[in-house]
Design a protein around this ligand. Structure first.
Ligand code: NDP
Length: 308
């Protein structure tokens, strides 16, 4: 009964050491060619390998190595085979750091000062107390809540939007279309942290931008397909959006000619807002396997109706 880590071998070797220390009873492998595929009961992958289900016929669970599962074709994975997304403290911490840093860069005009420096301009831009800046987050899940916990300490005014109604202390929570329409006009900075599903694909578009206050900034750490790229270029051209910090883009990497590379109001990072941290992720996965073996429900199982 093998756990196969089917991704980059450098991190696989790290996982192997941690598994050996923390769960020696689980046979762990990260070299797919070294084992009999029929022995694999648990498979951890980021991009699912071709013919995954034909090759590994005896799976009891698939673990996504990321928090999102949009890279899987959920239509072909039987509902009886649990797909478990990565819910681990290391990813949450990384995302909280990335979003807090991005909000701070915008709040304290660092990107404007970087432009000014290149032009040898010494000019102060006024900033207001953080409490006067409204940060809206699309999504109120595991990562959004980690972001909220970190941002709260800076005193920002926070609003979130989710599918179902939430109650989060000190945060204005909205849901549904009406809730989104109420939240957007109040947000100087909008952060996208929803999963990519048919419902959220293209959500960052002209219609949404037009509901934000003039000059709002956008931070996208969800997926590239959340954004309608032409609409962002238009919104930046009119000043409806003042700046965009994008961690994700479709496709990744963008072509050498892509207009976002050169755009002075777009700051790109290479899909690195957060990443699974072996040290914390291994504990979570081992605990889930033990839960599964005890007949209990694993944490992070993807709901096949909502697709996240
Ligand atoms: P969760 O499943 O915990 O949370 C998702 C949130 O989005 C929930 O609050 C959910 O609402 C809300 N949501 C989903 N669909 C809709 C919708 N149609 N309308 C309104 N709200 C919706 O996910 P995580 O927080 O763990 O992760 C979020 C995403 O972040 C991932 O799917 C991935 O795409 C992205 N990510 C990006 C990374 C990067 O490095 N750039 C790293 C890791 C993740 P409800 O609460 O009602 O269910």
């Amino acid at each position: 009964m093998t756990f196969l880590y089917h991704a980059d071998s450098e991190r696989g070797a790290e996982w192997a050491t941690l598994f050996a220390e923390r769960a020696p009873e689980i046979a762990f492998e990260y070299r797919p060619d070294e084992i009999d595929p029929d022995s694999v009961r648990f498979l951890a992958v980021w991009n699912p390998p071709a013919n995954m289900l034909q090759r590994y016929r005896n799976l009891e669970a698939i673990f996504s190595l990321g928090a999102g599962v949009d890279q899987f074709d959920l239509g072909v994975i039987p509902a009886s085979l649990p797909l478990v997304r990565m819910v681990e403290p290391g990813i949450a911490q990384g995302m909280a750091e990335y979003v807090s840093l991005s909000v701070m860069l915008l709040h304290r005009h660092f990107l404007d000062y970087a432009e000014q420096q290149r032009q040898h301009i010494w000019r102060i831009k006024r900033f207001h107390p953080a409490s006067r800046l409204r940060v809206g987050i699309l999504g109120a899940g595991v990562l959004a809540q980690a972001v909220i916990a970190m941002m709260r300490s800076f005193g920002f005014s926070l609003g979130v939007w989710s599918r179902s109604q939430k109650t989060i202390e000190g945060v204005d929570c909205y849901h549904g279309e009406e809730g989104l329409n109420t939240l957007l006009p109040t947000c100087e900075i909008l952060v996208c942290l929803v999963p990519l599903t048919p419902e959220t694909c293209g959500i960052l578009n002209s219609a949404l931008f037009s509901k934000l206050p003039q000059g709002a900034a956008l931070i996208n750490c969800g997926r590239g397909q959340h954004l309608v790229q032409e609409d962002l270029l238009d919104a930046l051209a009119t000043g409806q959006i003042s700046r965009a910090i994008l961690d994700v883009i479709e496709p990744e990497p963008p072509s050498k000619e892509h207009p976002f590379w050169q755009h002075d109001k777009i700051f790109l990072t290479p899909h690195t807002a957060s990443m699974t941290q072996p040290d914390t992720a291994v504990d979570v996965v081992i605990a889930n396997i033990r839960r599964h073996r005890a007949g209990e429900t694993m944490i992070g199982i993807v709901d096949r109706s909502s697709l996240y």
